[in-house]
Design a protein around this ligand. Sequence first.
Ligand SMILES: NC(=O)C1=CN([C@@H]2O[C@H](COP(=O)(O)OP(=O)(O)OC[C@H]3O[C@@H](n4cnc5c(N)ncnc54)[C@H](OP(=O)(O)O)[C@@H]3O)[C@@H](O)[C@H]2O)C=CC1
Ligand SMILES: N[C@@H](CC=O)C(=O)O
Length: 279
Amino acid sequence: MDIAALLGKATGLAFVDCSASSETIRMLNQVVDMGCCVVLANKKPLTSTMEDYDKLVSYPRRIRHESTVGAGLPVIASLNRLLSSGDPVHRIIGSLSGTLGYVMSEVEDGKPFSEVVKVAKNLGFTEPDPRDDLSGMDVARKALILARLLGRRINLDSIKIESLYPDEMGPDAMSVEEFLGSGIVSLDNDVQERVKRASLNGNVLRYVCVIEGSRCEVGIQELPKDSPLGRLRGSDNVLEIYSRCYNKQPLVIQGAGAGNDTTAAGVLADILDIQDLFP
Ligand SMILES: NC(=O)C1=CN([C@@H]2O[C@H](COP(=O)(O)OP(=O)(O)OC[C@H]3O[C@@H](n4cnc5c(N)ncnc54)[C@H](OP(=O)(O)O)[C@@H]3O)[C@@H](O)[C@H]2O)C=CC1
Ligand SMILES: N[C@@H](CC=O)C(=O)O
C-alpha cells in the first residue's frame, strides 16, 4: 500500500487481483483513491454492492477486467467498443462457463458427472471451490458483470440462478474435500438421466446465460445439438451479442473460456494495455 500511495497516480502502477476472494474489495477501494490502475480476474469485487462497483469503475480508463468473463476472450473489450460507439446492446445469450461446458460435453460422452468435475478442477477450469461453478453462481457473476456494463443497476439477488446440487451439499454443510470425495457421487445418476432424456429428443444440455430487457437469468437449457450453443465442446464459451448494428446476425465471440494459460494471457494483455495511458 505504501508503494501504491507513492507511485499510484503518475506511473500507471496496476493492482492486479487474481484471487477468488471478496477480502480484496476494501484494498481495491483504497488503491482506486490513490489513482492506481486495477486489473481483475476476480469477479467478486465487480459483483459486490452497487456502491463498491461504482467506486471501482469511477475511473473507467484505469480498470481492465477482461478475464472476468470468458477468460482471455475479448468479451469486455468488444462490448465496450460497441457501447462507446453508441451501439445499444439489447440481448446477450451465451454459454459462459468453461467448467459446465466441459462437464456437460464429457457427460454426453458417457463419463460420470462426479469424475469429470474432478478432471475439470485438475485442468484449472473450476473455481477453487467447484461448487461456485456447479451452483451457477460463477456464471451469475459473469452475467451481472455484463448487465452492469450495459448500465443495469442490479445485484446478484436479481438474477435467476439454477444450481446443479442441493443446498444440503453447500459450503455450510460440507468441505470441498467432502463434497468431491463423497457428496457429488450421489448426483451422477440424476445428471446422466437428464442428459439421456435430452439426447432422446436430439438435444443436449447447456448452462445458458440470458440478458435481455429486465431479464437476467442463468440455468440449464435443452438445446438442439446443431445449434451454436449445442455444438460447443470442452471448455469453449460462446457469446452472442445483439445490438442495433448486430441485429439479425449477432456478433459472436467463441473460444476457450477457462484455463490457466488463457486467463493469464488475458490478465497480462490488460496490464500491457493499461500502460498505454502512461507513455
Ligand atoms: N481458472 C480459470 O480458468 C479462470 C479463473 N478466473 C478467476 O481467477 C481467479 C483465480 O482463479 P484460479 O487461479 O483458478 O484459482 P486458484 O485457487 O488457483 O488461485 C487463487 C489464488 O489467489 C490467492 N488468494 C486467495 N485469497 C487471497 C487473498 N485474500 N489475498 C491474496 N491472495 C489470495 C490464493 O493463494 P493461496 O493458495 O495461498 O490461498 C491462490 O494463489 C478467480 O477469481 C477466478 O474466477 C477467471 C477466468 C478464468
Ligand atoms: N470457473 C470458471 C473460470 C472462468 O471464469 C469457468 O469454469 O468458466
